[in-house]
Structures are given as structure tokens and as C-alpha cells.
Ligand binder design. Structure first.
Ligand code: TMP
Ligand code: ZN
Length: 409
């Protein structure tokens, strides 16, 4: 069973679910392929629903974890320099506000150790990562890492072997989990009484305000906002005690949750709830034009790129992030439209993008070749990349920025 369609909300179990966006059928975005394996590629529906009860925005089509996060996974967080800097400052916050030396920090979905590497000297760390090739990178940095998915059973084993954790984090992974109940039950087993569970997820408010619809892909099951998260933690006698907006991935929320204490939570929680309410995130009406807005971006991009190709211009793409594959496939682009895409992840280089089958090349090629246009798929690093590629731009290359508005710079 590699795909199921759910009929209940992941957070509140309600059935008042309305489809707000349909992007068609897509292969999993991190399943980079090669000529030999194209025939094995599977596509699944990519459709977004709104829950009328707790207001969680979510996918109901769930692709088996084994198919998404297998032994050979393409996403290494540390391939993006700005992300490395972000997790260093995140670690600094936790050291200052939550931890004393020697405490245990556990990271669920620890990837290549991007967060935990910042703690190894003075704290105890344990990563949990299902993708074996990515976990191996973390171990090279001295980050002890368990293979597999976090479960209640695993939490009990960690308590027995390492003791309780002062901080448990789950970044860009909490929203990827179908059975959130199991994760929270595991967190409650493992967390010290005065510990915090901290998550970062792409934030729905940024998604709707900046039309970041390309961040919809099968791995992202939930598009969180504060309201459904409060609902979720309350079911487990926990509470959201602090929230912060952070800029990574086009705008994310960092959410701190703890066992319910009855003590005051920070003002930011109420402030963000109010902002969500004002932005219409708690009502279905806000999403009425979502489909049309996504289609409008697609139409603009397709006519631009195909227009340039007709003029004989060379168009390539810059960065092959997961969301880039949603955009490429939604637009129906192929190697006829986009000659190649460059990416800093060694693992992706030499492969083909899923679905669109565009060759991934090392960014070194841009030292000698000057495409006329580069579609910036990693638009969340726009400023960083435009600065880094000044020399390429001086040679005449132009960037097509797809999100939030199609623009050429
Ligand atoms: P991310 O947004 O999830 O970090 O993914 C960004 C992707 O873009 C990742 O595959 C690395 C790639 N990338 C580049 O190719 N060049 C760059 O300068 C940056 C920042 C990222
Ligand atoms: Zn719900």
C-alpha cells in the first residue's frame, strides 16, 4: 500500500473537509531519477484541503513514508548555506533560553546534523533520521544518530539509554508526519517535566500572503498555523507556550510547546492568532481564489519561458529544491523548456528532476556557460543568490523569479 486517501482531519479527526487547491498528479519531489528508472516513476494526487473544525490546511493523500524518505534521500539541509546559519542561531536561542550544559537535546528528523552539530561540545545530542545516507553525514560531524522513524517505543528506549530530554526538536518534519498523535505521545514519554518540544514548519500565513503554493508537495502533509496547533497540543494536555516567525523556507513558525502548567504563555501566541484571524486563515472564504491565483502564476511562467525558447534563448533553472519540482511539474516544463538545473547538492547532480526529467548539473557549469534566463526555483534565497551570482548577471544572464510574483531581474 503506497498511497491512501484519508477522510478525516489529521488534528481534530473531523470530517468537514473542503478541497481548496488541486495541482494535479505529481511524483514525490525528492525522488530524483535517471534514464533507467523513469519507467518506475509513480504519480499521486497533490490536493490541499481545509478543515472547517480546527482550520488545519492539509493533504489527505498520504504517500507511504518508505516511498518518500527511503534509504537514499536527496535532501541534505547543509547544502544551503543560509540554512546552516539559521540553525546556528536557532541553537544559540536554545542554549540561552532552555538548556544547561550536559542536558540532552533530541532532534527528530535530524537530517545531516544541521542543528545538533552546534551542541556537540557542551551538551548531549541524539538525532533520529530515517534516511540512512543522510544520517551517515551527521555521524561524520560527531552527531550520534539513530536510524528510523520516531515512535513511542523508540522514545522509551531512548529514556532507558540516555535519560530524559530537556529539548526535543522537530524542524521541517513535524508537518511531514501523518500520525501526529504517535509523535506527541512519544514526546511526552521522552521530555523532561520542565522540557520543551520545539518545531519549525513552513507557516500558512506566509504561504497564503506570498502565494507560495509550490511548497505544496507530498512530504508536506500539514500547512500549520497557530490555531490548529493549539487544538492539537490541548488534546494531549500540552500547550503552545511561545511562537516566533522566522524567515527560512519563505517564512516559517517556530512553536514551543510544554506540558500544561497553567502559567502565562508569551504574548506572541495571542498576537499571532489575531494576525491569522485578520488574514482570514480561520475561514474557508479566504481560499476561494487560491486555485485561480496559482493558475495565473503558472500561465505567466509558461508563456514567458516558451516565448523565450521560441526566440532561441537558453533557459535553465537555479536550485533544485523540493518545491521547485512542484512548480516544474505544475507548469508541465520538460528539458525542451529548461535545458538543465544547477544545484549545490552533490547527490542531486547527474540525476534527473522527478516528473520533468530535467538534468541536474553542478553550479560549476555557470562559470563557463551564460544562460539567457535562469528560473530561480530556490526563490527563498533570492537575495543571497542574486548577490552570489552578480558576476553571472554582469555577463548578461537574467533571473526569472516565480514567487510571490513573476518578475525578471
Ligand atoms: P532548501 O530551500 O530546502 O534549502 O533547498 C534549496 C535547494 O537549492 C537545495 O537543493 C540546495 C540548492 N541551492 C543551490 O543550488 N544554490 C544555492 O545558492 C542555495 C542557497 C541552494
Ligand atoms: Zn481539523
Amino acid at each position: 500500500m503506497s498511497h491512501v486517501h484519508k477522510t478525516t482531519c489529521r488534528v481534530c479527526k473531523g470530517t468537514d473537509l473542503t478541497r481548496i487547491l488541486s495541482l494535479g498528479e505529481h511524483p514525490p519531489v525528492d525522488n530524483f531519477t535517471d534514464a533507467e528508472h523513469i519507467k518506475d516513476e509513480k504519480r499521486y494526487p497533490l490536493e490541499v484541503y481545509f478543515c472547517g473544525t480546527c482550520n488545519l490546511v492539509q493533504l489527505l493523500d498520504v504517500v507511504a513514508e518508505e516511498e518518500l524518505f527511503h534509504g537514499d534521500y536527496a535532501y541534505f539541509s547543509s547544502a544551503s548555506k543560509p540554512l546552516v546559519d539559521h540553525f546556528r542561531s536557532y541553537a544559540d536561542d536554545l542554549k540561552k533560553e532552555q538548556l544547561t550544559e550536559g542536558d540532552l537535546v533530541v532532534d527528530i528528523g535530524s537530517n545531516d546534523g544541521i542543528l545538533l552539530q552546534n551542541f556537540v561540545e557542551k551538551y548531549r545530542v541524539l538525532g533520529i533520521e530515517p534516511s540512512a545516507n543522510v544520517a551517515e553525514e551527521a555521524r561524520k560531524k560527531g552527531v550520534e544518530t539513530l536510524d528510523g522513524f520516531f515512535t513511542v517505543e523508540m522514545a522509551r528506549q531512548i529514556v532507558a539509554s540516555h535519560g530524559k530530554a530537556k529539548v526535543i526538536s522537530a524542524n521541517n518534519v513535524f508537518a511531514h508526519i501523518d500520525n501526529v498523535d504517535e509523535i506527541i505521545l512519544g514526546v511526552k514519554e521522552l521530555l523532561a517535566d520542565d522540557g520543551v518540544f520545539v518545531t519549525e514548519s513552513h507557516y500558512l500565513l506566509d504561504l497564503v500572503e506570498h502565494m507560495e503554493f509550490d511548497t505544496v508537495y507530498h512530504e508536506h502533509l500539514c500547512y500549520y498555523s497557530v490555531k490548529p496547533l493549539q487544538h492539537l497540543f490541548a488534546r494531549f494536555d500540552m500547550e503552545v507556550c511561545d511562537v516566533r516567525r522566522v524567515t527560512v523556507h519563505g517564512g516559517s513558525i517556530r512553536v514551543y510547546a510544554r506540558r500544561k502548567t497553567g502559567e502565562q504563555v508569551t504574548e506572541s501566541v495571542q498576537a499571532l492568532l489575531l494576525l491569522e484571524e485578520q488574514a482570514g486563515l480561520h475561514s474557508l472564504a479566504r481560499f476561494a481564489d487560491f486555485q485561480n491565483e496559482a493558475e495565473a502564476i503558472k500561465d505567466k511562467l509558461v508563456s514567458l519561458v516558451r516565448g523565450f525558447r521560441k526566440e532561441g534563448k537558453v533557459v535553465t533553472a537555479y536550485g533544485a529544491p523540493a518545491k521547485g519540482n512542484t512548480l516544474l511539474n505544475f507548469c508541465g516544463f520538460t528539458a525542451e523548456d529548461i535545458a538543465y538545473v544547477t544545484d549545490t547538492t552533490p547527490y542531486k547532480v547527474g540525476k534527473l528532476t522527478p516528473g520533468s526529467h530535467i538534468p541536474v548539473r553542478s553550479p560549476d557549469i555557470l562559470k563557463t556557460e551564460t544562460p539567457d534566463y535562469l528560473l530561480l526555483l530556490a526563490w527563498n534565497y533570492r537575495d543571497f543568490i542574486l548577490t552570489k551570482e552578480q558576476e553571472l548577471r554582469d555577463r548578461g544572464a537574467k533571473f526569472i523569479i516565480p514567487i510571490p510574483n513573476v518578475e525578471i531581474v
